[in-house]
Structures are given as C-alpha cells and as structure tokens.
Design a protein around this ligand. Sequence first.
Ligand SMILES: N[C@@H](CCC(=O)N[C@@H](CS)C(=O)NCC(=O)O)C(=O)O
Length: 211
Amino acid sequence: MKFYDCSIAPNPRRARIFIAEKGLEIPKVEIDIVGGENLKDKFLSVNPRGLLPVLELDDGTRFDETMAICKYLEDIYPEPPLLGTTPVERAQIECLQRKMEFDGMIASSEAFRNNTKNESFSYRSLPGVDGIPAIDGLMERGYKTLDLFFHWLEHYLKDSKFITGERFTMVDITALCAIDFAKWAEVEIPKENTNTLRWYDEVSARPSAQA
Ligand SMILES: N[C@@H](CCC(=O)N[C@@H](CS)C(=O)NCC(=O)O)C(=O)O
C-alpha cells in the first residue's frame, strides 16, 4: 500500500490519525498542496480531481475519499475498532461522523476558503482542480455553522468521555481535525465549553494526534 499525504492538510490528517491508531505503517508520498503539486500532471494521474488523501493498493486500486480509506482499513485491520463493532454502534458512529464532517470540517473549509482577503486561497473556494473563486456568503455560513458545531459538540460530550461514549472512534478524529482546521479561520473552542476543552486536551495528547 501507498498513502498520498499532505502533512499540513486536515483530511489527510484524519486518515493519518486513523492509521496511527491502528498501529499501521504505510509508506507515504508527501504532496505539497501549498506549492500546487496536487494540481500538476504527475499527481493528477493519481487523482484527476487533485485531492488528498489517496490510498493506493499494491494492485493499483485507489481510494480518494478519507472515509472510504478508513472503512477499507477497518475491514482489513479491525483492531482496535474505530467505526463501531455492532450494526447499531456502526450506525450511531456514522450519524455523528457525518455531523462532525459537515458541520466541522466543511464549515471550516467554507470559512477559510471564502475569505476574499486571504490571497493564497480566495481563488479556490473548492479544493483541487474544481476550484472556483471565493463566495462571500459561504464564509459567513461557515462561521455560523461552526457556532452550531461547537454547540452540539459540547452537548455530545456532556456525559461521556469521548463523543460517542467511552471509546475513542473516528468521530473524535474528525472533530479534532475540524477544530484544528477551524483555527485557520481564527475560530477557537468557546471558553465556556468546558466539556469540549477537557476532551480536546485528552485527544490532542494521544500519540496518534501527532501523526
Ligand atoms: N471529501 C474529501 C475531501 C478531500 C480534500 O478536501 N482534501 C484537501 C486537503 S484537506 C485537498 O486535497 N485540497 C487541495 C487543494 O486545496 O487544492 C475527503 O474527505 O477526503
């Protein structure tokens, strides 16, 4: 297997943390998104949409979505389980994983990528080859959605150690990466969200968070 990575980017980080939690060593190929390497022919022959991460199998099969990569690895390496162990748990984790991704990851992306004053990214409202110019209203929607993300995250963490209960899962990985991504748009965990702050310190201290 081969993992096409970008060490500073939030979606590759989700997959990297997942891989580290599984204790796997997968050879990495670093692609420089800031320098535009993902939009050059060499990488476009790997993923024509110019997006990272990508997992390539030894037979050349490729997966270019973070969750597809994680689901594949969970099937092949079930321990420790990060996507649930029963049909009910898997469905519950899927519900929350999607909420963290849409309200956290995508909202951070909207807030960061639609800032017309940020010259490095304002010309790329969408990542990859489909980049379109920044759209002001999307930045505002991103910030408003992040408020809701933090509100609901605090609610989920009120009575449990991790977001879905007593076990660390993909939901925690996506939420952690979304929070660190939100900092790019200068949004931090609200000071009064004490459960989220407690959880954030704990998950950030896991060795996988440094992967
Ligand atoms: N839905 C994809 C999103 C992938 C994505 O947006 N990747 C970003 C890095 S976090 C990217 O490749 N950006 C390239 C760019 O900005 O041109 C996934 O979950 O893997």
